[in-house]
Design a protein around this ligand. Structure first.
Ligand SMILES: *Cc1c(COP(=O)(O)O)cnc(C)c1O
Length: 463
C-alpha cells in the first residue's frame, strides 16, 4: 500500500514514512492509493473476534507490509491491553433503534485514546527500527493533549511538547497532562488563548530549518495513522449488530472531521453503513456544508462541548479529494479558494455526492443539556455533552438500520455540564480517583515564538 497527497504530490510513500511525516510536503493530507476491500465472507470471519484482532485485520492492508504481521499483531494487542472495559469499545442500547458506542475506556477517557494508544506504539516501533528520534509539538484545547501524552510518555525515541492555554482548560484535562512526570513529557501553559497556542505551533513548523533540525512531528488527526486506528471501532460495532448481513447507521459528534472520516473509510472498504450522520454544536460549519453544498467560515463561539468548537475541519480535505474524483489539482484549487475567501461553493456533482453520503444536524446548548437530562430519566445513563449532541441529532435522523452514536468522552471529563443537566456530579473512574492529589509539572511561557523555540531546543533530544 502506498499513500498519495490530497494535493497531488506524486511521491508515493509507504505507511511508516506517512506515519512520521504527518502532513504532506505540498500542504495536503495523505490518503491511501486505493481503498482495501473486504468481502462479506471476510467481514463475517471477524465476528466475535477480540478488539485487537479486528484492529490487526483492519490495519494490515493499510500497513501494507511496512511492519511484519507478527509485530503488528503484538503492537495491536499491547495497545488495547490496558483499556478498562474487556470489550474495549462496548455498545449500549438506549432505545429500540438507538445505541451508543462507548469510546471512553482508554487511559484519558476520550475516543482519541483508541487511535493514539496504537499510534504511540507504531511511532516507537518505527523509530527504533530506523534509529531516529522525533519531537512532537502540539497545541490542545482539551482532549488531544492528554491522549497524546498518555500515548508516548516514557518513550525512548520521542520528546513531546504540548501547549495549552494557561487557565483555560478544565482542571481534569489540565491535570491529565501535567501530572505525567516522565522526563520526555514537557507541558507548556501558554499565556494566551488556544488560537495563540496553535499559531505558535504553526510558526515552529513553518520554520523549516528548525523543523528539520529537531525533527518536529504531529499527532493531530491530520496524521493518517490516527484515521486508520479509528476505522476499527466502526467495524467492531457493525459486526456486533449483524453486519455485513444487516446494515447499521452511525451518528458522530464532529469537530475536525477525523472521527466521522474513519466511518466513511469503513464504508469505502465495503462495510454496509446505511446513513452517516454528522452532528455538530452551534459551530456548525460542517453540518451547513453538507446541507447546503457551500462551505462558509464563521467565527467560533465557545460551548459546553469544547472539543467540537472549531472553525475549519482539517480532515474535510480528505473527503473533498474523494468527491473531486481523487483529483489532487482540483482539490488544491478548492482548498486555496476556501483559505483565501473563507467560502467555497461545491460544483453540482460534488454537492449531490455529499448529500447522498451524509446527513447532518446541529444541537444548541439547550438541546445538549436537555438531552443529558432526558437520557438520565429514560435510560438511567449519564452521557457527556459531546455524546448528547449526537444523540439529539440521531433522534431526528432517518434510518431504518440501527443507529449507533459514537460516545466520545466519559461524563466525568465534563462534570460541570453534566451536573447542570442532572444535578449529579459524575465521579472519575478508580484509576484516576487521586488525580487531584497528584504532583503537577508545567512551565508557564509567554506568547512568543522565540521563547518557545528556545524551550524546545533545550528539551528536545532529537538533533
Ligand atoms: C476530539 C473530540 C471530538 C471531535 O472529533 P473530530 O475527530 O475532531 O471530529 C468530539 N468529542 C470529543 C469528546 C473529542 O475529544
Amino acid at each position: 500500500m502506498r499513500y498519495l497527497s490530497t494535493r497531488g504530490e506524486p511521491a508515493a510513500l509507504a505507511f511508516d514514512d506517512v506515519l512520521l511525516a504527518g502532513l504532506a510536503r505540498d500542504g495536503g493530507l495523505y490518503v491511501p492509493e486505493t481503498w482495501p476491500q473486504f468481502s462479506a465472507a471476510e467481514w463475517r470471519g471477524l465476528r466475535g473476534k477480540r478488539y485487537h484482532e479486528i484492529a490487526f485485520a483492519v490495519l494490515k492492508p493499510y500497513v501494507g507490509g511496512a511492519i511484519p504481521d507478527a509485530d503488528l499483531a503484538r503492537l495491536t494487542r499491547e495497545a488495547y491491553a490496558n483499556f478498562t472495559h474487556q470489550a474495549v469499545a462496548p455498545l449500549k442500547q438506549l432505545d429500540a433503534n438507538l445505541w451508543t458506542l462507548e469510546l471512553f475506556h482508554g487511559p484519558t477517557l476520550a475516543f482519541k485514546d483508541y487511535a493514539l494508544q496504537l499510534v504511540g506504539k507504531l511511532f516507537d516501533y518505527v523509530l527504533a527500527k530506523k534509529g531516529q528520534r522525533i519531537t512532537i509539538v502540539g497545541a490542545t484545547s482539551g482532549d488531544t493533549g492528554p491522549a497524546g501524552i498518555a500515548a508516548v510518555a516514557g518513550s525512548q525515541h520521542i520528546d513531546i511538547v504540548v501547549l495549552h492555554p494557561n487557565g483555560r482548560t478544565s482542571p481534569v484535562q489540565r491535570r491529565q497532562m501535567t501530572t505525567v512526570l516522565d522526563p520526555n513529557v514537557h507541558n507548556v501553559a501558554l499565556e494566551g488563548t488556544f488560537d495563540d497556542c496553535q499559531d505558535l505551533v504553526k510558526a515552529l513548523f513553518g520554520d523549516l530549518e528548525f523543523r528539520d533540525r529537531y525533527r518536529l512531528s504531529a499527532i493531530n488527526s491530520i496524521n493518517w495513522a490516527r484515521i486508520a486506528g479509528q476505522i476499527v471501532y466502526y467495524v467492531h460495532a457493525a459486526l456486533a449488530l449483524g453486519a455485513p448481513d444487516r446494515p447499521v447507521s452511525f451518528c458522530v459528534p464532529t469537530g475536525n472531521f477525523g472521527n466521522v472520516l474513519a466511518a466513511d473509510a469503513a464504508r469505502r472498504m465495503g462495510l454496509p453503513i446505511e446513513r452517516l450522520v454528522v452532528a455538530t454544536n452551534r459551530n456548525d460549519i460542517v453540518a451547513r456544508t453538507i446541507l447546503t453544498g457551500t462551505m462558509a467560515l464563521e467565527s467560533v463561539a465557545p460551548t459546553i462541548t469544547p472539543s467540537m468548537d472549531i472553525q475549519v475541519s482539517s480532515n474535510f480535505e480528505r473527503l473533498v479529494f474523494e468527491l473531486a474524483g481523487r483529483d489532487g489539482r482540483a482539490t488544491a484549487a478548492m482548498m486555496t479558494e476556501f483559505r483565501q475567501s473563507g467560502k467555497l461553493a461545491f460544483p453540482q456533482g460534488m454537492k449531490g455526492a455529499l448529500a447522498d453520503g451524509f446527513d447532518a444536524g446541529a444541537a444548541s446548548e439547550a438541546d445538549t443539556l436537555n438531552t443529558i437530562a432526558k437520557m438520565r430519566l429514560t435510560t438511567g445513563e449519564i452521557v457527556d455533552p459531546h455524546t448528547a449532541v449526537a444523540i439529539h441529532v440521531a433522534q431526528r435522523a432517518k434510518s431504518d438500520a440501527p443507529i449507533v452514536v459514537a460516545s466520545t468522552a466519559h461524563p466525568a471529563k465534563f462534570p460541570d455540564a453534566v451536573e447542570k443537566a442532572t444535578g449529579i456530579r459524575p465521579a472519575l473512574p478508580d484509576f484516576l480517583a487521586d488525580l487531584f492529589e497528584r504532583e503537577e509539572r508545567v512551565d508557564i511561557l509567554p506568547n512568543d515564538a522565540a521563547t518557545l523555540k528556545k524551550y524546545v531546543a533545550a528539551h528536545a533530544k532529537a538533533q
